[in-house]
Ligand binder design. Structure first.
Ligand SMILES: [Zn+2]
Length: 386
């Protein structure tokens, strides 16, 4: 027995309406809806929180003036009454059970822009809360063209693809050369060359790309992170090259931000990269402090998750391109100051300047092109939206 979507879609009005006549189904859904609530967030964002008993998988669609959240293997819960805050974009909420799939139908006052991944949080249980799927959205256009007139199918969004903004950060610069190979190759020069090539290729692939520095200039780490914030970047990529006390050590390595380093080597590396700021005179605490305030622990969790996803994809494309990898895990973690922002991202150590063969390789245009091609693939395959 299936419930008619049409009858669900007819629900209007400003009160919260849950379907009362949900049929009892002969299935045992793994997940159960526990609560539904909305709220207002800074920046005129509407927040929808869907609480479930186990970690939900979900998909989103955007029929006209609606948002539909589809939760497979989930049972409706008619015993709950959604809590709707005033001043949100949500007019009413309804549940529709179609076989073992639950749909939360969000009727909206206005069409909304497609929700970006950075505005979706999947939270682990804590305190009195179970798993929570948190969606923040704003009014907008673009996603509402899909028709739900027949109500028979949830149309896929036909929003025009957004131009994603990437900030590429060439490490070091100016009075800070970074590490220097035995043959005199300076990290700041290699990474600037790669950054310029990368910008060209990303732009050619439809991204809006900004460089933190396009010349041989010194920038503090916080300034680099601040550029990513100002440009409202969707992704931040910081490019570096490595030095190791062992001249035999070679290969790339990829890092994401974590206040605790994943290993001793990652810790030392972060200390070395962070030392770039000691060359500057002024402190950078003010910006960092602002970021800490702006980022709730929930958001930090979301940014960390997205960064991890990007970094793993990046490692995959480096390996696929037969770029030599430093022995160890695909993605490591360390407290890199340059990664402290609200923008997901990773720090890429492209290779070792302390290794004679790799120093030579990193200077060649052919190898730089290979690195750039792998990074472009990682960006193109990164899932910016859900
Ligand atoms: Zn560096």
């Amino acid at each position: 027995m299936k419930i008619s979507r049409r009858s669900v879609l007819k629900i209007t009005g400003f009160s919260v309406l849950a379907l009362t006549a949900l049929p009892r189904m002969a299935f045992a859904a793994r997940n159960t809806l526990k609560s539904l609530r909305t709220g207002v967030q800074p920046g005129n964002k509407t927040r929808l929180v869907i609480e479930t008993s186990v970690r939900p998988s979900y998909s989103l669609s955007y029929p006209a003036n609606q948002l539909i959240v589809t939760l497979p293997n989930t049972a409706a819960n008619t015993g709950i009454s959604p809590k709707l805050a005033s001043g949100t974009l949500v007019k009413s909420l309804a549940q529709a059970q179609v076989s073992d799939t639950l749909q939360i139908i969000v009727n909206l006052n206005k069409p909304i822009a497609q929700i970006q991944k950075s505005n979706i949080l999947l939270l682990e249980p804590n305190g009195d809360n179970d798993y929570r799927l948190v969606l923040d959205f704003v009014a907008g256009s673009g996603a509402a063209s899909a028709s739900s007139a027949t109500g028979t199918a949830v149309a896929k969004s036909s929003a025009p693809s957004k131009k994603y903004t990437i900030v590429v950060d060439a490490g070091h610069g100016g009075k800070d050369p970074g590490c220097i190979g035995k043959g005199g190759t300076r990290e700041k020069d290699v990474v600037l060359s790669v950054a310029r090539k990368l910008k060209k290729q990303l732009d050619a692939n439809g991204f809006k790309t900004h460089l933190t520095r396009s010349g041989d200039t010194y920038l503090k780490l916080a300034q680099r992170a601040e550029i990513a914030e100002q440009k409202k970047a969707d992704l931040f990529i910081s490019l570096h090259a490595n030095a190791n006390p062992s001249r035999k050590m070679k290969g790339f390595s990829i890092y994401t931000l974590s206040e605790k380093a994943s290993d001793e080597e990652a810790k030392k590396l972060a200390e070395a990269e962070n030392a770039a700021d000691k060359i500057g005179v002024e402190g950078f605490t003010e910006f960092e402090e602002n970021i800490r305030i702006a980022l709730s622990s929930l958001q930090q969790h979301a940014v960390a998750e997205m960064s991890e996803e990007y970094a793993n994809g990046c490692a995959k494309y480096f390996k696929k391109s037969s770029i030599e990898q430093q022995p160890g895990p695909d993605v490591r973690h360390a407290p890199f100051a340059v990664l402290r922002s609200t923008v997901p991202g990773a720090l890429l150590e492209l290779g070792h300047l302390s290794n004679a063969a790799e120093e030579k390789l990193l200077k060649t245009s052919a190898h730089q092109d290979k690195l750039v091609a792998a990074i472009v693939k990682s960006v193109k395959n990164y899932n910016f939206d859900v």
